[in-house]
Write a protein that binds this ligand. Structure first.
Ligand code: CA
Length: 238
């Protein structure tokens, strides 16, 4: 195993699935540590650094939800949740707990590897500390200068609108639930404030000239929240 291989913690109590997924990931060049319960997952995570976590929701000893919370208390490591049910509620739970992506069982190992690869790429891009300007051609977000340019013209945003836009734009394609945005943008945790996010998004769209029926950047994910898309991001073309 190459020493620079990305390290993945795989938490899955069904041994057959765990072994199959581990074998598949290892063939793709990843270093995999597999554990079969939530308690071992937390212990393993405290002992070693990982680049990504694959986390089953239904686990013995400590549930996937509680493992996710425990990890999120100290780390931004990318997490992919595995869920047995396709219910929207389960997906929302995963995303609200701070998982970055989810897969519904049964899934193909090929699909999982594709998600792992995409997530590691996305995380790597977002983590680069020198990125102080997010340049999406028509939309330029100068984070250090606290400035937004739409088609070259400066647009005034409130502090909350600025934070909302940068939160979404730092992770193009990632879906954020309203609750997550409340916590990240407004900094408090109360269900009644979810609709506040809708108002901020509405105002932000108006200022950016982004039509919700034909969005360019800000997309509504029905029943869940919002995501930012960057079809013309310059960095992707270089
Ligand atoms: Ca399970």
């Amino acid at each position: 195993m190459a020493s620079d291989a990305r390290k993945i913690l795989l938490v899955e109590d069904e041994k057959a699935i765990r072994d199959a997924v581990a074998a598949y990931l290892e063939r793709e060049g990843y270093y995999v540590v597999g554990v079969g319960d939530g308690q071992s997952a937390v212990e393993e995570f405290e002992k070693h650094p990982f680049d990504l976590i694959i986390l089953d929701l239904m686990l013995p000893k400590l549930s996937g939800e509680r493992v996710c919370r425990a990890i999120r208390d100290t780390s931004d490591v990318p997490i992919i949740m595995l869920t047995a049910k396709g219910e929207v509620e389960d997906r929302i739970i995963g995303l609200e707990l701070g998982a970055d992506d989810y897969l519904i069982k049964p899934f193909s190992p090929r699909e999982l590897v594709a998600r792992v690869r995409a997530l590691l790429r996305r995380t790597h891009m977002a983590d680069e500390p020198q990125v102080e300007v997010l340049d999406f051609s028509d939309l330029v977000i100068d984070i250090s200068g606290h400035k937004i340019l739409v088609e070259g013209k400066e647009v005034d945003l409130t502090a909350s609108e600025f934070k909302l836009l940068t939160t979404l734009a730092r992770h193009p394609g990632r879906v954020y639930t309203r609750m997550e945005l409340v916590e990240k943008v407004l900094g408090y945790d109360f269900e009644g404030y979810e609709r506040t996010i809708d108002s901020h998004v509405k105002n932000l769209r108006a200022k950016l000239g982004d039509d919700p029926r034909h969005p360019k950047w800000l997309y509504t994910v029905h029943g869940v929240g919002y995501r930012f898309e960057a079809p013309e991001k310059k960095a992707d073309k270089q």
